[in-house]
Design a protein around this ligand. Structure first.
Ligand SMILES: Cc1cc2nc3c(=O)[nH]c(=O)nc-3n(C[C@H](O)[C@H](O)[C@H](O)COP(=O)(O)OP(=O)(O)OC[C@H]3O[C@@H](n4cnc5c(N)ncnc54)[C@H](O)[C@@H]3O)c2cc1C
Length: 421
């Protein structure tokens, strides 16, 4: 065994001992999340003084498995914990960390207010304005595709604070309280029947000056940290169950934690068990004897193995660079490819049954869940094409796309149907 494997094993043993000693199914959800957060095992890669253990991602890789072996419930995991927390740790002041991290580790729900109708891939073209007014900033504009905005306490918001400079330079990053009169959240219904994302309208919404993260005009650099963490979250490590790596919905902190662990176990299994779903479909709908089907199943198995391997490589790259870098795009692309391939194969294996919905849907709807969610990873967090651009330009060193607007003040640009003003 290499030194790294030895060290990872030692961490896993330590984590398992902690979970064995401290897991108690009779605690409430709030008590359990508090206990696991205070121990540093909920977010082991965070600094020791901020609820973590300062472990490199590669070393922490076995902690989740150790927890599952004990049957303990997972710590909270969503935009607050995977995106906002690491961004605040990297760019926030100590006062901001003291103010926000306790709520985040306790399971608070946050949302990500980045995309707009005219700014998705080209995020730096966003038009939501924030204007300083005394000790506050006043926000006007619109966001879209905002997952979880309907239940979020806070939002991480990128807004334009200076339209007179080139587009990347006039952005600022804020944490905004979602519970205020100037914010209207309207749900968008998906083809799955759910409504997990929303349109969000700001009309003179207010943000205290102390909620600005980083510098005025430095929002693009802070947003890049959030986006890289998002790609990690949606990447190869979480490939098998679209959506389940992002928990969206209110938590009942008073619930008995032992009653919740069963549902969590299923989510965990589905993440490691994409292959199981394929075999369940084969068992139910047949086809295992067909050489073409066997070939496709072998392809899925190979992609799963590649995704697992990519995830390890990505984690190693993150470890070397401190923060997630452009390499995470490789993991996200691998996840996207895997999900699409699974969707096509599973739906074809189900044959006519694939057209059924509701109670009659194949495997209680699990196949449609993969099928209809397969777009999630290929669009959310940056589309496949954008990941390829990042890999080409920033990993492989290919020539950059021409950027005619790089030095032009934002107000002079055509954005959507109007100028940036
Ligand atoms: C499930 C889900 C959840 C989401 N949750 C959130 C959220 O919580 N918060 C949030 O802010 N956003 C969220 N989004 C939005 C997401 O980040 C955007 O949809 C994404 O960045 C793409 O932007 P767009 O939809 O405006 O597409 P566009 O940017 O308009 O892209 C349209 C097409 O053009 C291609 N394209 C664009 N530019 C280039 C280029 N330079 N080179 C090659 N091809 C290009 C794209 O790949 C795509 O195929 C979510 C999206 C999904 C699907």
């Amino acid at each position: 065994m290499s030194q790294m494997q030895d060290d990872r094993q030692a961490v896993a043993v330590q984590a398992r001992a902690w979970f064995e000693e401290n897991w108690d199914p009779d605690l409430t959800l709030g008590q359990w999340w508090d206990r696991v957060a205070s121990s540093g095992w909920a977010f082991p890669t965070w600094p020791a003084e901020w609820y973590g253990r300062g472990l490199a991602p590669d070393l922490a890789a076995g902690v989740n498995a150790a927890r599952r072996q004990v049957g303990a419930l997972a710590p909270p995991g969503g935009i607050a914990q995977n995106l906002a927390g690491p961004t605040i740790i990297a760019h926030g002041t100590d006062e901001q960390k003291r103010r926000w991290l306790p709520g985040i580790v306790a399971g608070q729900i946050w949302c990500q207010l980045f995309s707009e109708p005219g700014a998705g891939s080209d995020l730096a073209s966003l038009q939501t304005r924030a204007v300083r007014d005394g000790d506050e900033w006043v926000v006007n504009g619109q966001k879209v595709w905002t997952s979880g905005a309907h239940v979020a306490k806070y939002g991480i918001l990128v807004a334009r604070t200076d339209p007179n400079v080139p587009k990347h330079q006039g952005l600022t990053y804020f944490v905004i309280d979602m519970d205020q009169p100037g914010i209207e959240v309207r749900p968008i219904k998906e083809m799955t029947g759910r409504a997990i994302f929303n349109e969000v309208f700001f009309t003179d919404a207010r943000v205290p000056a102390g909620n600005l993260v980083g510098e005025v005009g430095g929002g693009w650099g802070v947003a890049l940290t959030t986006l890289a963490n998002e790609r990690t979250m949606l990447g190869a490590g979480s490939f098998a169950s679209a959506g389940s790596s992002m928990s969206i919905g209110r938590h009942d902190l008073g619930a008995r934690v032992g009653d919740l662990v069963h549902a969590d176990g299923r989510a965990d299994q589905s993440r490691s068990g994409a292959g199981d779903l394929v075999f369940q479909v084969l068992e139910t709908y047949g086809g295992a004897g067909d050489p073409l089907v066997r070939q496709e199943v072998a392809t899925i198995y190979t992609l799963l193995e590649i995704a697992r391997f990519t995830d390890l490589r990505v984690r190693a790259a993150v470890e070397a660079g401190g923060r997630p870098g452009p390499e995470v795009s490789v993991g996200k692309l691998a996840a996207s490819h895997l999900l699409r391939t699974m969707r096509d194969t599973l739906l074809r294996l189900c044959g006519m049954a694939a057209t059924l919905w509701g109670d009659d849907a194949p495997l209680g709807g699990k196949v449609h869940e993969v099928g209809f969610s397969s777009y999630l990873i290929s669009i959310g967090g940056g589309t496949d094409q954008i990941q390829r651009n990042i890999i080409g330009e920033r990993v492989l060193g290919l020539p950059r796309e021409p950027r005619a607007d790089k030095d032009v003040p934002f107000r002079e640009l055509e954005v959507g149907t109007r100028t940036g003003r």
